[in-house]
Design a protein around this ligand. Sequence first.
Ligand code: PLP
Length: 388
Amino acid sequence: MKDAHFSSEDAMKRHIYADNAATTKLDKVAFEAMVPWLTDEFGNASQPYSFAREPKKALAEARETVAKCINALPEEIFFTSGGTESDNWAIKGTAFSDPTHKATITSLIEHHAVLHACEAIERLGYPVSYLSPTTRGVITPEILDSTITDNTRLVSVMFANNEIGSIQPIQDLCAIAHSHGALFHTDAVQAVGHIPIDVKELKVDMLSSSAHKFNGPKGIGFLFVRKGTSIVPYMDGGAQERGGRAGTENVAAIVGMAQALKFNCETMEENRQKVLRLEKQLLEKLKALGVKFIRNGERPLLPGLLSLSFPDQDGETILHRMDLKGISISTGSACDSQKTAISHVLQAIKLNDEYAQGTIRVSLGKYNTEDDVDYIAMSLVNILRYKT
Ligand code: PLP
């Protein structure tokens, strides 16, 4: 890539997807595994007749596959419609199972699926405390220690932040929660399928996940609930998922999720190495081209997720100019793309306005290439320097 200037023809020809923290491309293995359940094998898995036998078997196998990937028991996996539902269930299902209204602790950098679920239980009289992270976006054991009491019922801290990529010390936070008799939930939507997760080792009681973040289909996910955890259903209705989550099972999506997770866990290290190489290439290129920026978050960070802040720039403008060049990235948080205000995460880490306004998120995935990264870097330079 010799020239810093690209014609609009270049942009017309290419589309570079660099928003893998928002969603990911469906893996071919997942798609192919789904097809039979969308065509000939369309039976309702909960029916007693023989036409339900195959879908029922597929559900059991998918549950086993998912469980194995996070070292859980199959009966500890409950299929849901995705990360949002899993988070809502964990927060509300444990609150509503507690007549004494003990307190919930969460953090200011959680996804809105957790934050808004917490606000909802607060309105119903369940107290919630919100922990402030360090300026690098970490909830340290000391921060949790300063707030937790023996009157805490649940601590919910995300595994990895979706805006800045900071990975939290989950095992230590969970140990603190347990030492006060509290349950521990983690929203691991950004982590599952990308970094190793072993629920036995971590000792978490609940863990949320969403298939479309690890190259599975959209609208499906799961909540891991450790055996014996006190939680009531969130979705009321039929007796599916052993009475834990009502609603006819989406067999095709569940099978697709299981295949995507298995494939991503089997190829995790090579994917990780690849995106780490790509992010290094991007950072080095920007530095070599003399671009002034800071990278938010503190190591360990999610591989491929770069929250970059440019002084005296506007993230929204960068996003739209990148879009015109055929590149999909996001500002602060993808889920916040309708709002122009500084995201709640950037506010929580107290990033100063000069940098916060000029923040973008580039999230590289296993399908990105070195050419993609060159084009992203050169496009960014053109936008920042020449406003083109
Ligand atoms: N939690 C986190 C950390 C996320 O990044 C997201 C999606 O961006 C969600 C929850 C919501 O997941 P879903 O899109 O499956 O509802």
